[in-house]
Design a protein around this ligand. Structure first.
Ligand code: NAI
Length: 253
């Protein structure tokens, strides 16, 4: 089957940062976009910005770790925009904790959002992609999947997403659905601003230090990830599936 003429995309964690840039780019590419986020107000502002720029978007409050909320949110997307054929699993949290001090609650919270949440949203949506005989799923992992001192729970979730991605690529290819992962390096966002605060640095200093160890000599921007996602969800990317694309300003593995 071929790509739908008026595609609907869901971007989780789409209110700010990488997700907001992805949502805006997919709208420019011609998708009606559902901005799913825990933060309803910022999601509404992001959706309004897309509409003001001539796109189609709605904001939907959703905690991706809550099964019932995910079902309700995806039902709302279908009712208001139509059946989705594109899903970008981007919602995530990234607090640090050394293993010796990590509580079970911290571990479960991290895995609940950054891995289980992606499973819940994908499971809720995938039937629409299969029914259309065409679909695109992009999972936002991280270079932290390769190891991240002081964030073993985050690293484990992000590495788990790579197995999730490859397994779904095997399961869904025959239905015309591709599944890929993007593994960003250091990207300027609220998440990396929080890391700077934790380390007692100004965000400018934090970015300067990060850039010094990045081969292309700069920190990443949310748009760097948005452009990669734009390609992966395009009709032209139909022979690319089960891949991990490191968007990190240099080779990492
Ligand atoms: P951010 O903190 O700026 O934005 C994350 C968004 O996810 C927020 O709008 C937040 O409200 C939402 N969110 C958090 N928990 C949620 C939940 N339970 N349900 C629904 N929405 C929820 O973060 P950023 O930097 O834009 O990160 C986006 C993704 O990219 C995350 O998965 C992150 O792990 C990943 N990433 C970020 C990198 C960076 O350097 N900023 C590097 C590698 C990966």
């Amino acid at each position: 089957m071929s790509a739908p003429r008026n595609p609907v995309a869901i971007v989780t964690g789409g209110a700010r940062g990488i997700g907001a840039a992805v949502a805006a780019q997919l709208a420019r590419d011609g998708h009606a976009v559902a901005v799913l986020d825990l933060d309803e107000q910022v999601a509404a502002d992001t959706a309004a910005g897309i509409v003001a720029a001539g796109g189609r978007a709605i904001a939907v409050r959703c905690d991706v770790a809550d099964e019932a909320a995910v079902t309700a949110a995806t039902d709302r997307v279908v009712a208001e925009l139509g059946a989705p054929t594109v899903l970008v699993n981007n919602a995530g949290v990234g607090p640090a904790a050394d293993l010796t001090e990590m509580t079970v609650e911290q571990w479960d919270h991290m895995l609940g959002i950054n891995l289980r949440g992606h499973f819940l949203v994908t499971r809720a949506v995938v039937g629409h992609l299969v029914a259309a005989g065409w679909g695109r799923i992009v999972n936002i992992s991280s270079i932290s999947a390769l190891g991240d001192e002081g964030r073993s729970h985050y690293s484990s979730a992000k590495a788990g997403l790579l197995g999730f991605t490859k397994s779904l690529a095997l399961e869904l290819g025959r239905h015309g659905v591709t599944v890929n992962a993007i593994a960003p390096g250091f990207i300027v966002s609220d998440m990396t601003a929080a890391s700077a605060r934790r380390l007692g640095r100004s965000f400018e200093e934090h970015q300067r230090l990060a850039a010094a160890s990045i081969p292309v000599g700069r920190a990443g921007r949310p748009e760097d990830i948005a452009h990669t996602a734009s390609y992966l969800v395009s009709p032209e990317a139909g022979f690319v599936t089960g891949q991990v694309i490191y968007v990190a300003g240099g080779p990492v593995d």
